[in-house]
Design a protein around this ligand. Structure first.
Ligand SMILES: Cc1cc2nc3c(=O)[nH]c(=O)nc-3n(C[C@H](O)[C@H](O)[C@H](O)COP(=O)(O)OP(=O)(O)OC[C@H]3O[C@@H](n4cnc5c(N)ncnc54)[C@H](O)[C@@H]3O)c2cc1C
Length: 295
């Protein structure tokens, strides 16, 4: 099937991009699974106009209704291959659907690096978080641990001292710049030089067991290990991701490959809905204009 714009990814950024492209009256297909969006498990209270927390899943469900109401086709599948064919792109989905598009928007998000210890998966959203900026407010007056060695972890540990009463930083030797480590320690963070072993609880997080078999009673565990990006697809479309796996874009959210745009978490930090949606708006307009030949 031929179309003007294909959006890969059905998170906040892709959905917003598809809304803007469809309303520009170009044929638009959005391909992705909202249930796999980072926002699907989020409880959001820092997005404009939302007196939260609201379920990210509800925002996504409403977004899909909107996108369809403006005439875009929604395909709830993964894209398995994407390639360039002259000035067009050929996109194939897992069920074998094939789309030839004049422009493509990558809104594929990132997947947060997991620890892989017992209890982690079980307690996501019930005390385990991968985003201190998002979830800090839910841990006011509580005890939390931040796990990780790099800049993200140092900044998260310091941030959490403004909310939690006690913050532990579990690190096998901090690799963040010294000034950030010092700031976290000065703010009262207790550093523990030992690996995390297991997260325990009953319905919600209650403790963290460490490699030396000691156990800390706490309410939250922030896993701040960075992210992997779905940048493989970009390479299939002749675009080399940056060293940190993000996709570089210009002010119109265009990549170096003509007709290929990107927005949202895949473009870089901060990983936030407001930013992803703003970029989705821009990318949707740019991709539609490109497809119309009016870039
Ligand atoms: C637990 C949690 C809580 C959060 N809380 C908040 C908060 O309170 N406030 C806030 O602002 N932000 C929060 N965030 C961050 C926010 O969810 C993200 O910044 C936002 O979802 C990014 O949107 P996105 O569209 O760029 O990426 P995503 O939402 O991750 O969506 C990416 C989409 O691309 C799809 N995709 C990937 N590869 C393919 C492929 N090959 N084919 C088809 N589709 C593909 C995915 O399935 C998904 O649908 C939270 C994140 C998490 C994990």
């Amino acid at each position: 099937m031929e179309t003007d714009v294909v959006v890969i990814g059905a998170g906040p950024s892709g959905v917003q991009a598809a809304i803007y492209a469809a309303r520009r009256k170009v044929s638009t297909v959005i391909i992705g699974k909202p249930s796999n969006s980072a926002a699907a498990d989020a409880r959001i209270e820092n997005y404009f106009g939302v007196i939260g927390p609201v379920r990210g899943r509800d925002l996504l469900d409403n977004g899909i209704i909107q996108v369809k109401s403006f005439g875009a086709e929604f395909v709830e599948e993964n894209v398995i291959t994407a390639e360039r064919d002259g000035k067009s792109f050929i996109i194939r989905t897992e069920s074998g659907k094939e789309y030839t598009a004049k422009s493509v928007i990558m809104a594929t998000g990132i997947s947060r690096v997991k620890l892989g210890i017992p209890g982690e998966k079980e307690f996501i959203g019930r005390g385990v978080s991968y985003c201190s900026v998002c979830d800090c407010n839910f841990f006011k007056g509580k005890t939390v641990a931040v796990i990780g060695d790099e800049t993200e972890a140092a900044m998260a540990a310091e941030l959490m001292t403004k909310y939690a009463t006690q913050v532990y930083w579990i690190t096998k030797g901090p690799k963040a710049v010294k000034a950030l480590v010092d700031r976290a320690l000065l703010a009262g963070v207790i550093m523990k030089d030992v690996s995390p072993k297991e997260i325990r609880g009953d319905g919600k997080v209650e403790s963290l067991v460490l490699g030396d078999d000691s156990e800390i009673d706490l309410d939250g565990v922030f896993i701040e290990l960075g992210a992997k990006s779905a940048a493989d697809l970009a390479m299939d479309m002749d675009l080399m991701p940056e060293m940190d796996n993000t996709i570089k874009v210009d002010a119109k959210y265009a990549t170096k490959v003509p007709g290929l745009f990107a927005c949202g978490d895949v473009v870089g930090k901060p990983w936030q809905v407001a930013r992803a949606v703003g970029q989705g708006c821009m990318a949707g307009l740019s991709a539609a204009d490109y497809a119309k030949g009016t870039k």
